[in-house]
Design a protein around this ligand. Structure first.
Ligand code: NAD
Length: 395
């Protein structure tokens, strides 16, 4: 089949297997060129197929030489429908890991469920015995509670009052104003239930009670803070409440697992373009301006540069450089005063007459399509490709 990108808003409904493989291969190549890390050897990545989770898996495998089990919720191809990008990425990851002689297996299913937790634990016991790193990188719009069956939906809304801001439509490059109504208490509760720390705590409790954690295992989850101009919709909005809960969970996990020596940390990562972040209102304008400023300063990073740096310079460096709230700060270059003062000046001026000069909307849009395997110069998009790609370890 010849595959073209089909998108509406922040969703692309097709993805390209050759482009996705190219993307994963490029990330692996980047890591292989860096210094080897004396770090994790057996890693579970929950949310391993796209964005930060995929890059964490690549950084652990090719940076530390780790065996990895990747868990995700993706769709294989069916009929004329391509598989989801995360499916193709994971097929590519396993193929490349195998070429390097690295163990890699994957599980496709709902990480929030008890069944998938059990299936994962059985695979760890059978193949790896114990693991020394757990990376929790889920981003999901909903969660079914494994005990009560309640279905929670997350929303991206401000809290307290209506919020109006400018944003950019990254497809058209048009600057627009949007207004978002505040969340009610029920929406806040449900967003915390989906994106907060409860499921991470459940995972770590299950791994502990199954005795599959090595002594001194490290557990990581990811969060975001960002600057003032995004606070209403992010850090002080519904998702921010969930992140507060996730950050608090790190301390609870460390406390509950201290007898097995496991420590849990949250890493505050940089704003990047992923399927999850593309859905957040206002962020597209901020990220487009941020990319422009950080590229000019030569400090721009994508997921893979961040995740390699996190393992090499923080988690396994002997000094995690934690902030006053005990968090790993991978957003240090994004939040640098010199970057933020420039971004905020450009943000104030941003309008339809100057957007092309002051923001990298084109770069944002290109990153968005790359998430689905489109837009790589080295890939021949006019070629007929097989869409039904198998992930080696999945029946
Ligand atoms: P993403 O959409 O690229 O990845 C989400 C992953 O979760 C995918 O592997 C997907 O398959 C998996 N997933 C979703 N629901 C699942 C389920 N029910 N069961 C199993 N797997 C499931 O998202 P991302 O942006 O990489 O986000 C990962 C984490 O990083 C989130 O905690 C996010 O808040 C955080 N983060 C993101 C940014 C950013 O700018 N993108 C910045 C800082 C922190």
């Amino acid at each position: 089949m010849i595959i073209k990108p089909k998108f509406r808003g922040f969703i692309c409904t097709t993805s390209h297997p050759v482009g996705c493989e190219y993307n994963v291969r490029q990330q692996a190549e980047y890591v292989k060129k860096q210094k080897r890390i004396d770090g994790a050897k057996k890693v579970l990545v929950i949310g391993a197929s796209t964005g930060y989770g995929l890059s964490s898996r690549i950084a652990a495998a090719f940076g530390c030489g780790a065996a990895t089990i990747g868990l995700f919720f993706e769709k294989p191809a069916s009929g004329n429908r391509t598989a989801s990008a995360g499916w193709y990425n994971s097929a590519a990851f396993e193929k490349i890991a195998k070429e390097e002689g690295l163990y890699a297996k994957s599980i496709n299913g709902d990480a929030f469920s008890n069944e998938i937790k059990q299936q994962t634990i059985e695979l760890i016991k059978k193949d790896l015995g114990r693991i020394d790193m757990v990376i929790y990188s889920l981003a999901s719009p909903r969660r079914t509670h494994p005990e009560t069956g309640e279905v929670f939906n997350s929303v991206l809304k401000p809290i307290g009052s209506q919020y109006t801001s400018k944003t950019v439509d990254f497809h058209t490059g048009k600057v627009e104003e949007i207004t978002i109504e505040p969340a009610d208490d029920e929406e806040i509760r449900q967003t915390v239930a989906v994106m907060g720390g409860e499921d991470w705590e459940m995972w770590m409790a299950a791994l502990k009670s199954a005795d599959v954690l090595e002594e001194n295992a490290v557990a990581l989850a990811y969060s975001y803070v960002g600057p003032e101009m995004t606070h209403a919709v992010y850090r002080e909005g519904t998702i921010g409440r969930a992140k507060d809960d996730l950050e608090a969970a790190a301390f609870k996990i460390t406390d509950r697992l201290k007898d097995v020596g496991c420590r849990a940390f949250v890493s505050i990562n940089k704003a990047v373009v992923t399927q999850a972040s593309a859905a957040i209102p206002v962020i597209s304008l901020y990220v487009s301006i941020l990319f422009k400023v950080m590229k000019e300063k030569n400090t721009h990073e994508g997921c893979i540069e961040q995740m390699y740096r996190m393992l090499e310079d923080r988690v396994y460096s002997g000094d995690m450089k934690l902030d006053s709230k005990g968090r790993i700060c991978m957003d240090d270059w994004e939040m640098a005063e010199s970057v933020q003062s420039e971004v905020s000046g450009l943000w104030d001026k941003a309008g339809n007459d100057n957007i092309a000069d002051i923001a990298d909307v084109e770069g944002y849009r290109a990153e968005f399509f790359k998430l689905f395997g489109f837009g790589f110069a080295a890939v021949d998009y006019s070629a007929d490709v097989e869409i039904d790609v198998k992930i080696d370890s999945i029946e």
